[in-house]
Design a protein around this ligand. Structure first.
Ligand code: ZN
Ligand code: ZN
Length: 157
């Protein structure tokens, strides 16, 4: 296990974070909350026991769906970038693949293969089909408290 320190930031740079080593798991989340809060068809989660905010912690705001969600979603108050989520039900945090600056995932960056996504979750409530080799869980794998049921690639056409 690498103990490289990976760094990232929100888009405007007011908030910076770092994590140690490789994520404990990675997943592409298609749930409706990720889709709407990210304004995107899915979010790429990289799970860590802890995320260190190294700059601009006071610039973070938190959203928790009126207290209904198991997930506390922290975002930059200036630019709106999602910085991390605390997954209270799983006892870990998630940062988002595209926000890493080390390794560089900028406009001209390539995704570091060590941070490759591991599966799709909440694929059943998504809006886009993927034709990769990864498992596509209707909700969540059993290890995350789901029923482990998988769906075919082409559910969304
Ligand atoms: Zn920002
Ligand atoms: Zn989600």
């Amino acid at each position: 296990m690498s103990k490289d320190v990976f760094k990232g930031s929100c888009h405007c740079g007011a908030v910076e974070f770092e994590v140690s080593g490789l994520p404990s798991w990675t997943a592409i989340c298609h749930c409706s909350i990720c889709r709407r809060t990210h304004s995107a068809p899915y979010a790429e989660l990289c799970a860590y026991d802890d995320v260190r905010i190294t700059r601009g912690e006071s610039n973070l705001s938190m959203y928790n769906c009126g207290g209904q969600s198991k997930e506390d979603r922290y975002f930059c108050s200036t630019c709106g970038s999602k910085v991390y989520s605390r997954l209270n039900h799983l006892g870990c945090c998630a940062v988002f693949l595209q926000n890493f600056t080390t390794p560089n995932h900028g406009a001209d960056g390539e995704i570091d293969p060590r941070l490759k996504m591991g599966c799709h979750i909440f694929y059943g409530s998504g809006t886009v089909s993927f034709y990769d080799e990864l498992d596509k869980f209707e909700t969540m794998p059993k290890a995350f408290g789901g029923d482990g049921k998988t769906l075919p690639n082409d559910v969304h056409g």
